[in-house]
Design a binder for this molecule. Sequence first.
Ligand SMILES: *Cc1c(COP(=O)(O)O)cnc(C)c1O
Length: 473
Amino acid sequence: MKTIFEKTNGNDGINFTDKELNLDFLPDEAVRNGEIGLPQLSELDVMRHYKELSDKNFCIEKGFYPLGSCTMKYNPKINELLASLEGFNIHPSVDDDMAQGSLELMYKLQQALLKITGMDAITLQPSAGAHGEMTGMMIIKKYFDTIGEKRTKVIIPDSAHGTNPASAKMSGFDIIEIKSNEKGQVDIEALKSVLTPDVAAIMMTNPNTLGIFEEQVEEISKIMHDNGSLLYYDGANFNAIMGYTNPKLMGFDVVHLNLHKTFATPHGGGGPGAGPVAVVEKLKDYLPVPVIEFDGEKYKRNYNIRHSIGSVKDFYGNFSVLVKAYTYILMMGKNLKKASEHAVLNANYLKEKLKKYYDLPYDEPCMHEFVITGEKQKHENGVSTLNIAKAIMDGNAHPPTVYFPLIVHEAIMIEPTESENKEVLDDFVQLMIKIANECSANPEAVLCAPHTTPVKKIDEVTAARHPDLKYTD
Ligand SMILES: *Cc1c(COP(=O)(O)O)cnc(C)c1O
């Protein structure tokens, strides 16, 4: 495909004369006198160019997107419609009096998320999951500093998302990694063996990144609290438990959510996200400012929080994401619980269908996602998980997450979400069976996949080691 510069054909979409632009007020040295070198195309040419580009892109509107740990569910279009309402398009510096509608929405979203998490207080400010983790860990740090306890360590299971140790480290803690047991869950003995009085917290994901529910979570909570430590819940993937249980019941003190996963706001491609952080009562005074409050008459921003860690983002965070998440929650109502039901059902259905063709390292009932491995294909046919992922692209599906979690070799992590129906799941099963068969019958075909995408197999090593990001003819 040609770049927009190569397509330049001299048809101006728009052509202002100097007179129309009325630049007389500018000093001579500020006025450009040469060509700027922008593409010259008509509006229709430009539309076609970008449509062609977007057609080459894969997205949830185009096909199945079973990206484990990322919850790529359908983002209903009404979310976009409501987020673009003119009334929400106000300057964040206006007085509370003039922003009552926006503040009310944020307050009500806070209330909904508190209900869903079971927690006592919340901030909507962090702009991503990792940002929420860091906010939560800063709260934990400030809490122990304030009550005068020197606690410098954070325990993290080896199945954790890589952002967990990064967030804890950036908040000033040392990390202790503990191994999972044969069921893919936290090993209680391993936990006890590293538990010392200077441990501030454990960071857990439940269901964990293997998609397995940590059955001993209550015991873990008791062990940690008996030690005076806190429990952090990575709630990026809340899709398995909404309405069934919550982190408060499991004994956690801090939790972050990814609105841009569970609550149906778009993600991928680096757009805006939101990672609200909810806490138990005793950590309430440490939340970032402003906190949105309601005094029975008016909604207001409270900047006066006693031990606040300060602001972690300008103004309120990514407001449009909050509107979309609130819309989704209102639209779903009590069906939020059903979303979890279907997400878990879909994942178990795929797991049972696929385990005959790919090895399943932890054969446990799964929650919203599960992990298979391409080890058999690698050893028997010389086809790696990366090759399998590329072959999936030929079947109009996005590849699942691969090589994560790190504790499973050749991991393929599949999360169908609740959005998909049985026909889509069955098509995916057929595709995965076809690839498994091809791995043994004709491995060469899988090794040079993808065959149908706009860009074929790329040299990833050179792309990573010697990136060439400049376009030349
Ligand atoms: C996605 C994810 C994160 C990080 O969220 P970002 O918004 O990408 O920063 C953290 N933990 C888990 C388990 C996740 O799946």
